[in-house]
Design a binder for this molecule. Structure first.
Ligand code: DAH
Length: 353
């Protein structure tokens, strides 16, 4: 039996050398070590051995099993390495040779549809005399809530589920958070300017919410603000209609409904007629014919005061466009999660470099 085991060991070593793939290696393993495999067949003979013989054959058989196991792992590692090297070779980037970049090989990458729309909106507003502002993602309670007429105990704080930083020792108003809306930039913008002024501020915002086809924890808004003397709801509607016309390349029906936001009074929800069904009613507009797109209103005097502006002398309007929703409407995208997926199959549908 000892000789049989020795020759099995040799046979295995010989056979595994020439194998070409993982499946072949695993087959060979079970041919030797499986229940009905060659090693088991030989070990059946143990029954007829003397105790002395068993003392020799037993350990020998165990060693053979271990050796076979080791050879199998080694061979599989070898295959894996070959595969890795092959992949590295395929994706090799020669920095001196533009032709070898992945996006050239695949012909194109794409500009993200949100970036395209954002740029278009920026152009529209720049042409109407607005500035484009930016602001920090990490904010404090003051800019995100208090200055926007949402004091600490105000129930409106619960309208937006907030990601708070763990800094319990910060003084009241100074606790840090990830901004829940771009309205924070209203406060920063006002404090750095004297009226009249007008600006927009696109940016990413964060909410601790469950995600689904129309909700993301990380999404994008575009804030707008105009402050001066005698600004009216008529001014607000004019700018919003101009924006929508430029983006959708046609006249869009809009309607204003009252909406509550602590930082505006009166506050509105501006709806557009659903562009997917032209107002007839479909799944996107939930059969109403209208889509909520643009909350807005006349800036609350308390907000002007937080921005260092005299509400007796000046007033203004503000709006907070849901940028992702606008992108979805424009391109008929039915799930907001595509936008942050980073999936090139999605991105490359919209434009080529
Ligand atoms: N900040 C609000 C939100 O995220 C949206 C908003 C509403 C912004 C009304 C505004 C506004 O500027 O006037 O829900």
């Amino acid at each position: 039996m000892v000789e049989q085991l020795d020759s099995l060991a040799l046979e295995f070593k010989e056979k595994i050398k020439n194998l070409k793939g993982e499946a072949e290696v695993l087959n060979l393993k079970s041919e030797f070590l499986g229940k009905k495999g060659k090693v088991s067949e030989i070990l059946k003979g143990l029954r007829n051995c003397t105790p002395e013989e068993r003392k020799v054959v037993g350990p020998k058989a165990n060693k053979l099993k271990d050796d076979i196991g080791d050879l199998v792992s080694l061979k599989l590692q070898e295959f894996e390495l070959v595969q890795i090297n092959q992949k590295l070779e395929e994706n090799k980037i020669d920095l001196n040779n533009r032709e070898s970049f992945w996006f050239n090989k695949n012909k194109s990458g794409g500009i993200h549809p949100r970036s395209m729309i954002q740029r278009e909106i920026e152009d529209v507003f720049l042409s109407m005399g607005f500035e484009v502002l930016d602001g920090p993602h990490i904010e404090d309670e003051f800019h995100n809530f208090e200055a926007l007429n949402i004091p600490g105990d105000h129930p409106a704080r619960d309208m937006q589920d907030t990601f708070w930083f763990n800094d319990p020792d910060s003084p009241e108003g100074k606790k840090h958070l990830l901004r829940t809306h771009t309205s924070t930039i209203q406060v920063r913008g006002m404090r750095e300017r004297t009226p009249p002024f007008r600006f927009i501020a696109p940016g990413t915002v964060f909410r601790c919410e469950r995600t689904d086809a129309s909700h993301e924890m990380v999404f994008n808004q575009l804030e707008g603000m105009m402050v001066g003397e005698n600004i009216s709801v008529g001014n607000l509607i004019y700018f919003m209609k101009t924006l929508l016309k430029e983006i959708f390349k046609r006249d869009t029906e809009v309607r204003l409904r009252p909406g509550f936001f602590p930082f505006v009074e009166p506050g509105f929800e501006l709806d557009i007629q659903c562009l997917i069904c032209s107002g007839k009613g479909c799944s996107v507009c939930k059969k109403t014919g209208w889509v909520e797109l643009l909350p807005c209103g006349i800036v609350h005097p308390n907000v002007l005061k937080s921005g260092g502006i005299d509400p007796e002398k000046y007033n203004g309007f503000a709006f907070g466009l849901g940028l992702d929703r606008l992108v979805m409407m424009r391109y008929g995208i039915d799930d907001i999660r595509h936008l942050n997926s980073g999936d090139l199959r999605f991105n490359t549908q919209f434009s080529a470099f």
